[in-house]
Write a protein that binds this ligand. Structure first.
Ligand code: PBG
Length: 325
């Protein structure tokens, strides 16, 4: 057989394949999400996220130091609020001595160069488990934005490098940016969850923080997973309002959205490989239906190939260990 072109030549052996690989994962790609609890020596395994824990600050620091030594340069902090701290205003979210604020200070104190990102949304602090203030059964936009601004300022004051609003209220990026400028926080960035979909894949996360919505769902603020163009609208708006990094969330069922967003903007794009995506790989591997390490690397590579410059993933540490061999 005479063939002008044999594509298999570039797949002949591992050396050639790695030379021509279009996508390579490195520790710089990853953001490690962490769950924080009050107390000391607390290590709680999240039932729907086997192998993933909620830690008190002392043990969290040990985890984060290990991540740093592996080359992971960024963490995204989520805290579990106590029941008595929850209400319908979110007040505890901007307590200067709150768990989030203490966590940021402790990490920055122990590892000043670690890039610390903080979750900005009211759900952990809401008696209703919603990302905003509830009035007459509705999540009210503008009052929520005022709360998110206070929350962001308190995270910046604690030393956060980036605030990461995950709430999907309208206009919050502009409001937060203005407040940061006026507050003198000219070095604090905003990673905007710009295209965040109303997804069933957040289930295990809500277990981790005890933050499931008490009524209804999040479809009046998070996006409809049927939509693609709307993601571009959301993202471009957040860019114009002053976002430094935009995010698509979840990741694996949304690779088309990641690519669309990557093509539409000139700032870094992040993707959140969420709790349900972690749980699926863990569950299938546990019963021997998938090879966990291979599933992790293939998933994360596909997210990067789709266009993500950064990937928030519960597999960050595992991935780096696998890549190191
Ligand atoms: C809430 C928030 C959620 C996640 C991050 N921030 C859940 C939700 O929107 O209900 C999900 C992350 C994950 O599933 O890993 N502001």
């Amino acid at each position: 057989m005479y063939l002008q072109k044999r594509n298999r030549i570039l797949r002949k052996n591992a050396a050639i394949r790695s030379m021509v690989a279009e996508t390579t994962l490195t520790p710089d790609d990853f953001i490690l999400p962490v769950f924080v609890d009050e107390g000391e020596n607390v290590q709680f395994e999240i039932p729907s996220m086997p192998g993933y824990y909620r830690y008190s600050i002392d043990l969290l620091l040990r985890e984060i130091k290990e991540a740093w030594s592996l080359g992971i340069k960024s963490v995204l902090i989520f805290v579990k609020a106590k029941d008595e701290e929850k209400d319908n205003t979110g007040r505890e979210a901007w307590n200067p001595d709150g768990l989030m604020q203490r966590t940021v200070k402790s990490i920055k104190n122990a590892l000043p160069d670690m890039v610390v990102m903080t979750d900005v949304a009211l759900d952990p602090y809401s008696i209703y488990g919603h990302d905003g203030i509830v009035k007459d059964g509705k999540i009210v936009n503008d009052e929520t934005v005022e709360a998110l601004v206070k929350m962001s300022l308190s995270h910046a004051a604690a030393g956060a490098d980036f605030v990461a609003p995950s709430d999907m209220m309208d206009g919050r990026i502009a409001a937060i940016r203005k407040a940061l400028e006026e507050g003198g926080f000219t070095e604090t960035g905003i990673m905007a969850y710009s295209a965040k979909y109303a997804s069933c894949f957040y289930g295990p996360f809500r277990d981790a923080l005890d933050s499931a919505p008490g009524f209804g769902d999040k479809k009046t603020y998070q996006m409809n997973f049927a939509n693609r163009k709307e993601a571009v609208t959301e993202v471009l708006q957040d860019v114009s309002e002053g976002a430094d990094i935009v995010m698509v969330k979840p990741a694996m069922a949304y690779l088309d959205i990641i690519r669309e967003v990557k093509n539409a903007v000139n700032i870094p794009v992040s993707a959140y490989h969420v709790s349900g995506e972690y749980a699926m790989i863990k569950a299938a591997s546990k019963i021997g239906w998938l090879d966990e390490d291979k599933a992790i690397i293939e998933s994360l590579t596909s997210i990067k190939r789709a266009g993500a410059d950064l990937i928030a993933t519960y597999f960050a540490k595992s991935a780096v260990k696998i890549l190191q061999g």
